[in-house]
Write a protein that binds this ligand. Structure first.
Ligand code: AMP
Length: 215
């Protein structure tokens, strides 16, 4: 099964994906996570992506499509995967459809997580994570017990460089201009399920699971 998770930055796609992966035994393929790993390893791709990511813009399609196709091809025999953050442009969606068609596959379901713009900035700029154990927090909605320290005793928390207010605005703009048109693209294919992402995490999970359980 191939699931595409659509939604603006800060909608909670990553959080929901983690829960889905465990429940439905699917693999989580996050283009943002893959790019951050490339940067950490100092690869050529990581270096090419850096300036776009830091400014909150999209990395060019040719780089992203090549990167994601490699990941998808490596999972040809997998039970299924959730694409989180990819595709993000119509060009990427076309490339994905073409590649899947060649393998006699297609996107089975598109989960469209919708969140009001005014909530996104607060959700994103409050995010913190532990660089050692990967635990995630939010300074208002899920604060650590001690200011800016990981509850597991690992040490100080960090903020993603592109989670600052100015960069977040660019990321939201990029979503509206380049990614939101994908909702209509997939609606024409008849496989979009709209989920209200403004709700509490567990209510969003319940809504997502009720779609997935029917498939
Ligand atoms: P994310 O973790 O999904 O918020 O992605 C972080 C950043 O990585 C984005 O702001 C983009 O610069 C870049 N990125 C991730 N996925 C894509 C994609 N599918 N197309 C272009 N750029 C991407």
């Amino acid at each position: 099964m191939i699931v595409v998770f659509l939604g603006p930055p800060g909608a909670g796609k990553g959080t929901q994906c983690k829960l889905l992966v465990d429940k439905y035994h699917l693999e989580h393929l996050s283009s943002g996570d893959i790019l951050r790993a490339e940067r950490k390893q100092g690869t050529e791709l990581g270096k090419q992506a850096q300036s776009y990511m830091d400014a909150g813009g999209l990395v060019p399609d040719e780089l992203i499509v090549a990167m994601m196709m490699k990941e998808i091809q490596a999972r040809q025999n997998s039970k299924g995967f959730i694409l989180d953050g990819f595709p993000r442009t119509l060009g990427q969606a076309h490339a994905l459809d073409e590649a899947l068609k060649k393998a006699s596959k297609s996107v089975d379901v598109v989960l469209n997580l919708a969140v009001d713009d005014d909530k996104l900035e607060e959700r994103i700029t409050g995010r913190r994570s532990c660089p050692k154990c990967g635990a995630t927090y939010h300074i208002i909605f899920n604060p650590p017990a001690n200011d800016n320290m990981c509850d597991a005793g690992c040490g100080p928390l960090t903020q993603r460089k592109d989670d600052t207010a100015e960069v977040v605005r660019n990321r939201i703009k990029a979503y509206h201009e380049q990614t939101a048109p994908l909702i209509e693209y997939y609606r024409k294919q008849g496989n979009v399920h709209d989920i209200d992402g403004n709700a509490a995490i567990e209510d969003v999970t319940a809504a997502v699971c009720s779609v997935m359980d029917k498939l």
